[in-house]
Design a protein around this ligand. Structure first.
Ligand SMILES: Nc1nc2c(ncn2[C@@H]2O[C@H](COP(=O)(O)OP(=O)(O)OP(=O)(O)O)[C@@H](O)[C@H]2O)c(=O)[nH]1
Ligand SMILES: [Mg+2]
Length: 249
């Protein structure tokens, strides 16, 4: 099974890849491969079984004269050109779970062809699920939460595999604000349009209706890569997602 960790910069993709992998190894005694797909990664906690930095690093492109953003984009292009080879190598790793850590700038993975093509390739061979990680530091305001939920929908549209939405950093206080809005969408609605008028209010109302419809099928699970909280809930969610795909293996 392939688990692809996606989320905004700094939400905890690498930390969770490591923490959940350790949990799987220790609790379920399964074999885990840790895959680093971030060419800009600096010293992840896990020891990668496959590391995209063997193909290209952002650092070397900067040394060649590109700026940090230009280097990230060039790195994504180089990976895109070799995506079939990258997918093949990853699929050849012998393990029960492949945990895939993606680039910090999620737009590089999602909005360019790198992410969709990679997920399509690996999805042909084995069950692939995306774990979309929300960051309570960003999602504790009404508009921040609205954007985070929308990004999870966009992730589903772009990658076309089941998406599990989770909130990392649940050890932080910001989680309380986020939970309040998720539990009471009317409260979210009123705060979202506070100070706005006209078309913005209409759009916000329609947006909350979409989120409401969308979130009926989703239970947002809280985890913490820092403390290890919620790892078994995450595993249960993954299991449920597999059953919904119709595959119980
Ligand atoms: N409090 C808290 N901090 C966390 C948690 N998970 C990650 N962090 C911190 O958040 C920061 C970013 O963590 P990373 O795991 O590097 O996040 P990332 O999404 O891989 O980051 P990029 O790849 O750079 O986008 C680090 O300082 C982590 O220590 C958590 O559960 N709780
Ligand atoms: Mg990372």
């Amino acid at each position: 099974m392939n688990l692809v960790f996606v989320g905004t910069a700094g939400c905890g993709k690498s930390s969770l890849t490591y923490r959940f992998g350790k949990w799987l190894e220790e609790e379920l005694a399964v074999k885990v491969s840790y895959i680093n797909l971030d060419p800009g990664a600096y010293n992840p906690q896990y020891k990668p079984s496959y590391d995209i930095r063997e193909i290209i690093t952002v650092e070397e492109l900067i040394r060649e004269g590109l700026g940090p953003n230009g280097a990230m984009i060039r790195a994504a292009e180089i990976i895109e050109e070799r995506i079939n080879e990258v997918s093949r190598e990853i699929l050849s790793l012998q393990s029960d779970f492949k945990l895939i850590d993606t680039p910090g700038q999620m737009e590089l993975f999602l909005f360019r062809s790198m992410g969709p093509r990679f997920v399509e390739e690996i999805g042909k061979q084995s069950i692939t699920i995306t774990i979309y990680i929300m960051d309570p530091v960003l999602a504790s305001s009404p508009s921040g939460l609205a954007v985070s939920l929308m990004l999870s929908l966009i992730t589903r549209f772009r990658l076309k595999v089941p998406v599990i939405s989770i909130v990392n950093k649940s050890d932080l206080r910001e989680i309380e604000y986020m939970e309040k809005y998720v539990a009471d969408l009317d409260y979210l609605k009123s705060d979202l349009v506070f100070g706005d008028s006209g078309i913005m209010v209409d759009l916000a109302m329609r947006y909350v209706e979409i989120v409401d419809e969308f979130s009926k099928n989703f239970r947002i699970v809280k985890v913490s890569a820092k403390t290890g909280y919620g790892m078994s809930d995450l595993y249960t969610m993954i299991h449920e997602a597999i059953c919904e795909c119709g595959d119980m293996t």
